[in-house]
Design a binder for this molecule. Sequence first.
Ligand SMILES: [Fe+2]
Length: 371
Amino acid sequence: MKLRDIAAQLGCRLEGDGEIEIHSLAGIEQARAGQLTFFVNPRYGAELRRTSASAVILGERAEAAPCAMLRTANPYLAFARAMELLAPRPAAAPGIHMLASVAQTATVAADASIGPFVSVGLGARIGARTMIYPHGTIGDEVVAGYRERFAAEHVVVLADLLPPELLEAMRDEAFGIVDRFGSSHRTTFAITDGTPRNMTTVGQPVIKAEGPLVDAFYFAPALLALTSRIFDEQVHTCPYPGEHYVISRLTDSGDTHGWHWDDYTYGIILVLEAPDYRDGGFIQGVAGTSWDKENPDVHGALLKGVVRSYAPKAGDAYLIKTDTTMHRVYPIRGQSRRTIVNMTLASTADLSREMTHETNDTLFGGGEEPR
Ligand SMILES: [Fe+2]
């Protein structure tokens, strides 16, 4: 704390350099540079003259000291206030208080102390010996970064959204479902300009019955809270159950989920396994294009727009503005496999829009009645 600020808070008259940094208090004989001391009793005049303190609190008529001086009519009172101002705060126990909320993807040093009602955001890093006092908030710059990226490209990859244990559990569940219930498609859709769907799929009704973890993830309030912040508008679970969640898997060389748009505004895709990009299986998007179901024009969209490619890895998720971003999965090759869970999120405007669900009904078998 600067001596000038201490003087102001103590109501003292400063003589000397107000820019000096003071970090603590000490007795007149022990005080060193960076410390503030106190002089009242004339018996200590000799000590005053040779003190190594950076500053001293003393009376209006006391003799001059060899350092900066805070003069006051009541040195006792000023010193008592200085103790409050400069006393070290009691050290808090290391660890995360049970009433603190720390995002899964935040990292907190083992000896940091996170107080009650503290909120630590996504991707935040809390370093060694850090103390965060009760009710403190460490903002999530990560979410702000995602929001900016999404606004610019209408696609954003959320790296490591699934912590390793959750990824493992999701894989167990989803792989089991697709192994038992997957149906293989080799088809093209006229409604998306003849683009291919060479993939194995499982639709919502089966997942609803067999996949409690996927269902819980989709209906977690935290998912809507997070994605709404990134999309910068309130989103909702899809009003059409068939598009809540579907699983798709690419297994054979040439397998692809070809260029298409979706009916609803937003999608979040959880990547459970993905090939190295050299074997394809990465995603591509062309933002700012639109789906005319009567006259779909994939080549026109490719010529008009900018194709961006992204290679999310297992454990990542990605968000797409699916209604106006033409997108596909680049065909895989070699011995590689890609398995994802695709979840649809609706904008508020979507809720009152008529949707026809042609591609979902064909690939994923439609959905059950609303829950
Ligand atoms: Fe899609």
